[in-house]
Write a protein that binds this ligand. Structure first.
Ligand code: ATP
Length: 455
C-alpha cells in the first residue's frame, strides 16, 4: 500500500477526524479543526501521555499555566531577540522559503547553515545557483528575519497599548512556577513539572496537514535535577519517550533517534525522535539538556532568586533542566498514518481499517442492533456502556456495512444485539483487527472491554 498524506487528509475530512479551519470561508491556511472523532482521538492521546508521565510518576507535578505571560518572560527566554528565521521569497512564484533549509537541502545536510550570517547564506545561494524548489527559477529577495512569535496588544491606560505575545512554547509556564510548585508540593530534586497546552508559532513554512501548523498543542515536561545526575536523566527520557510512542502503536521500523551535532550555546545535549511520515523522516519529539540556562535567565530578568535549597546538604544551587516535549497534533498525525491500512479480504473486496491502540481509539464500542426492532434493547446496552467509555450507536444499513464504518474510524469492538439477546442476555462482540466474534453476557461487557483498552 502506498500511503500518501492525501489519503490521510481525505479520510480525516470524510470521517470527521479533522476539518480545514474556517471551512465555510474557504479555509484559513494551516489551521485545522478536530471533529467529533478527532477530538476523542486527541483527548485520548493527551490522557495516555498524562497517565504515563504524570499519574504514574512519583515526582512529576502538573500545571496549566496562562497562554499570555508577562512580556519580560520572552525577553528572558531570548525569544524577543532571536526567535526568528531567515526567510527568502521567490519573486517568480511568490513562495516563501527558509534560507537555511534551502542550503541544508542543497548540501544534503553537509553545510551547517545555522552557523552562517545572512550575508553568508545569500552568497552561498548565489555561488551554488540554488533555485526555488517550487518553480525552478533563481529570483530571490534578500534574506529578511521573519519573527516567529505572534504579537498582540493589551490596553492598559486609555489609548496606550503594550505588546504581548501568544506563547510559542509552553515550557516557560513551568520555569516561572518552579519554586511555587517546589514549595507547595514539597518536591525534592529531581522532580519534574509537566503541562499540556497550546502554543502558537508564525511558521514560515507551515504545511503537511497537522505536521506543521501555526497553532498546536504541546505535551511536555521539565525535569529539574542536579548536574551530576543530569546526563543519566536525559538518557532515561530518551528511552521513556521512545517506549511511550511504541506502546501507543508506532512501529520500531518507523522510529529512530536523531542526536543533534549542533547545539544551542547553553545546551549540553539534544536529541529528536524521528518518525517516518509519508513525507519522510521528520521530528516527532525533542529531548533537550538545557543546563542552567532557563532558570538563570529568569533569575536575572525577574530579580528573584530561583535557587533550590537542598534540605539534606543545605546547598543552594540553580538546577539543570532536562526537557521532553512532543506535539499532540504531530503525534496524532503519526498515529493516524501508522494505523491506516487497506486490507484485502477473502471475498476480494478491501476494507480500510484504522488499527489504533484501543486506548486511543475514538470510540471503544459501537452498539449495533441487528434489526431496527431491537433498538430498545440496544439502547439499554448502550446506556450501560457509555457510563464507562465513549461509545457510538448505528442502526443504518447492513451489518457488514456498519462493521466497515467502524473499522474506518478504528472502533476496536462492535457489539451486536440480535433476537437471542432478548432470550439469554448475551450479545456478539466482534474484534476489529481479527474480525473474530464471540458471544458474551451483557453483564460481563464492561469488564471485558475495560481490560482490553488499558494503556
Ligand atoms: P521543528 O524542528 O519541527 O520546527 P522544534 O524543534 O522547533 O520543531 P520544539 O520547539 O522542540 O520543536 O517543540 C517540541 C515539539 O512540538 C516538536 O517535536 C513537535 O512535535 C511539536 N511542534 C513544534 N512546532 C510545531 C508546529 N509548528 N506544528 C505542530 N507541532 C509542532
Amino acid at each position: 500500500m502506498n500511503l500518501t498524506m492525501d489519503k490521510i487528509v481525505n479520510l480525516c475530512k470524510t470521517r470527521g477526524f479533522v476539518f480545514p479551519g474556517s471551512d465555510i470561508y474557504g479555509g484559513f491556511a494551516n489551521t485545522w479543526d478536530f471533529g467529533p472523532i478527532g477530538v476523542e482521538l486527541k483527548n485520548n492521546i493527551k490522557r495516555a501521555w498524562w497517565k504515563r508521565f504524570v499519574q504514574e510518576s512519583d515526582n512529576t507535578y502538573g500545571v496549566d499555566s496562562a497562554i499570555l505571560m508577562n512580556p519580560k518572560v520572552w525577553e528572558a527566554s531570548g525569544h524577543v531577540a532571536s526567535f526568528s528565521d531567515p526567510k527568502m521569497d521567490c519573486k517568480n512564484c511568490k513562495t516563501r522559503h527558509r534560507a537555511d533549509n534551502l542550503i541544508e537541502a542543497y548540501s544534503k545536510g553537509k553545510v551547517n547553515a545555522e552557523a552562517m550570517t545572512n550575508e553568508g547564506m545569500e552568497q552561498y545561494i548565489a555561488d551554488n545557483d540554488i533555485k526555488c524548489p517550487n518553480c525552478g527559477k533563481r529570483d530571490w529577495t534578500p534574506i529578511r528575519q521573519f519573527k516567529l512569535m505572534f504579537e498582540t496588544s493589551r490596553g492598559t491606560i486609555d489609548g496606550e497599548k503594550d505588546v504581548i505575545y501568544l506563547r510559542p512554547e509552553t515550557c516557560q509556564g513551568e520555569y516561572v512556577n518552579f519554586l511555587n510548585v517546589q514549595r507547595t508540593a514539597r518536591a525534592k530534586i529531581p522532580f519534574a513539572i509537566a503541562q499540556i497546552g497550546k502554543s502558537f508559532r508564525n511558521e514560515i513554512t507551515p504545511g503537511n496537514f497537522l505536521f506543521r501548523t501555526v497553532e498546536f498543542e504541546q505535551m511536555e515536561l521539565q525535569m529539574f535535577c542536579k548536574e551530576d545526575s543530569s546526563m543519566d536523566i536525559y538518557n532515561s527520557y530518551k528511552e521513556q519517550a521512545l517506549k511511550f510512542v511504541q506502546d501507543l502503536g508506532l512501529s520500531q521500523d518507523h522510529l529512530r533517534f536523531h542526536d543533534h551535532d549542533k547545539l544551542a550555546h547553553y545546551a549540553k545535549a539534544a536529541c529528536d525522535i524521528q518518525y517516518l511520515f509519508p513525507i519522510g523522516w521528520q521530528e516527532l519529539n525533542g529531548i533537550h539538556h538545557r543546563g542552567t540556562w532557563d532558570l538563570s535567565r529568569h533569575e536575572q530578568f525577574s530579580g528573584k532568586s530561583l535557587q533550590y535549597l537542598d534540605p539534606f546538604t543545605n546547598e543552594r544551587y540553580i538546577p539543570n533542566i532536562i526537557e521532553y516535549s512532543i506535539g499532540a497534533d504531530r503525534l496524532a498525525l503519526a498515529l493516524l498514518c501508522e494505523a491506516y491500512d487497506e486490507e484485502l479480504l477473502e471475498q476480494g473486496d478491501t476494507r480500510v481499517v484504522m488499527h489504533f491502540h484501543p486506548a486511543i481509539a475514538p470510540y471503544k464500542v459501537a452498539v449495533l442492533p441487528l434489526q431496527k426492532n431491537l433498538a430498545d434493547k440496544a439502547q439499554e446496552v448502550l446506556n450501560k456502556l457509555n457510563k464507562y467509555f465513549m461509545c457510538t450507536y448505528d442502526e443504518a444499513g447492513s451489518i457488514g456495512k456498519r462493521y466497515r464504518r467502524q473499522d474506518e474510524i478504528g472502533t476496536p469492538y462492535c457489539v451486536t444485539i440480535d433476537f437471542d439477546t432478548l432470550e439469554d442476555n448475551t450479545v456478539t462482540i466482534r474484534e476489529r483487527d481479527s474480525m473474530k466474534q464471540i458471544r458474551l453476557d451483557i453483564d460481563k461487557l464492561v469488564q471485558y472491554v475495560s481490560e482490553k483498552i488499558m494503556f
